[in-house]
Each structure stands twice: as C-alpha cells, then as structure tokens.
Design a protein around this ligand. Structure first.
Ligand code: SF4
Length: 218
C-alpha cells in the first residue's frame, strides 16, 4: 500500500481523527494539570513527547499573552520533565550516565583548563568542580565541563550516554532537554550568586540524588 493510499484511508476515518484529538486533548489536560499542581500522575512516552515537542512552545506563547515570565514556564517545564524521567523507573548503568556541567561553574581566577580534561582540576575547593570529580569517581559516571551548547551536544553525540544529568540556567536546560529528546535528561538549575554565566554553582546533594535516582539506588 502506498503512502498516498494510507493517507487517504486515515483522512477518511472519523474514528482515527477522534482518537488523535482525544489523545491530544487528554495530554493537554494532564500537562496543564501538572503545570498547575506541580505533579505528574504517571509516565507515558506519548505524554513526554507531547510535553517536549508541542506544549512548551504553546505554553510560552500562552504565557506571553498572559504576562507570565518565560523563566516560570521554563521552570515548570524542567520540573515536569524531571518528574517524567524519574517516573520512567529505569535503572541506568553508571558508565552510561553523563554529568554535563557548564564551564561558568569554574572559579573565575582558576588558571587550570578543565574543559579539555576535568582531571586537571586540583580540587582546591574554590569551586564545585573538585566535588563533582569526587562524585564522578564515587559512582563511576563520566563528568564533562562544556564551553557551550554546541560542545555539549557534540559530547552527547560522541559518547552516546543512556541518560544525562545536566546543570545550567533554565533557558539552556530547556533547550538542552528538547534537543536531546528522546534521551532522558535530568535537569538541575544552577545557583547564580553572581548572576548568569559567572562563577555559578550547583548543589552537590542534588547531583548525588540525581545520580542515585537514575541508577535506581535511592
Ligand atoms: S576546584 Fe578545580 S577547577 Fe575549581 S578552582 Fe579549584 S582547581 Fe580550579
């Protein structure tokens, strides 16, 4: 059967159109409910696809009309995404996990080049890279400090991890989760005591929890 034939059949089936409409409206209701209540009731591939491919642009547009700041919509998106990743209930092997950090997490005056090789870090304690390296060794997960989105995407493409734990600002996490789809990304918003892109930080406890969650050990 040709594609044209199947299209004709699909177009001619009111039941199929009704089923797709019901699924989209049902998905919309679930995601809107999640956005309002802050919890996702269950995981489904379909719901995750809807969230990432369809509802974010719609939510940004609707939020713009209602005067809701984009960052609030991004935070909600990140929270719903993280809940869905946790609800997947998959146990990832540590060697197939990637910890992806932005280079702005590094102490500004540190002269050591950690973006090429994070093992160059001397663990002086002036930024969290030393602690992240310890976590990476403790669990046996890879750690990469990225100079930007393109480099991060290339790293994911080359390493082919099964899941990523990413730390960044809301905007970069949102675009990263969308670009990486269908790869599961647990997104952790960074700390910004000095503003964007300058000596940012991360809760090591949150990263530890994220690793344990994806490994299914806590
Ligand atoms: S912890 Fe590592 S990267 Fe951070 S300032 Fe010290 S040596 Fe540099």
């Amino acid at each position: 059967m040709s594609l044209a034939d199947s299209n004709e059949k699909w177009q001619g089936s009111p039941e199929s159109i009704a089923a797709v409409c019901a699924a989209v409206l049902g998905g919309a209701a679930l995601i809107l409910n999640a956005a309002v209540k802050g919890t996702v009731p269950f995981y489904s591939k379909w719901l995750r696809w809807l969230l990432i491919k369809f509802y974010l642009p719609v939510m940004v547009m609707a939020g713009g009309l209602m005067g809701i700041p984009k960052i609030r919509i991004e935070r909600t998106f990140i929270e719903i995404n993280n809940q869905m990743v946790r609800l997947m209930g998959r146990r990832f092997r540590p060697e197939k996990l990637l910890l992806l950090m932005p280079h702005c997490i590094q102490f500004d005056n540190c002269k050591i080049k950690v973006t090429r090789n994070v093992r160059n870090c001397a663990g002086c304690g002036k930024c969290e890279i030393g602690d992240l390296l310890s976590l990476s060794d403790e669990f046996g997960v890879s750690l990469f400090i990225s100079t930007g989105g393109t480099v991060a995407r290339r790293k994911v493409y080359e390493d082919r991890p099964d899941a990523v734990i990413a730390v960044a600002c809301e905007r970069d996490l949102t675009s990263g989760v969308m670009d990486a789809y269908p790869l599961p990304v647990l997104a952790i918003v960074n700390k910004r005591p000095r503003g964007y892109c300058m000596e940012t930080g991360v809760s090591i406890g949150d990263v530890r929890k994220g690793i344990k969650c994806l490994m299914g050990v806590g």
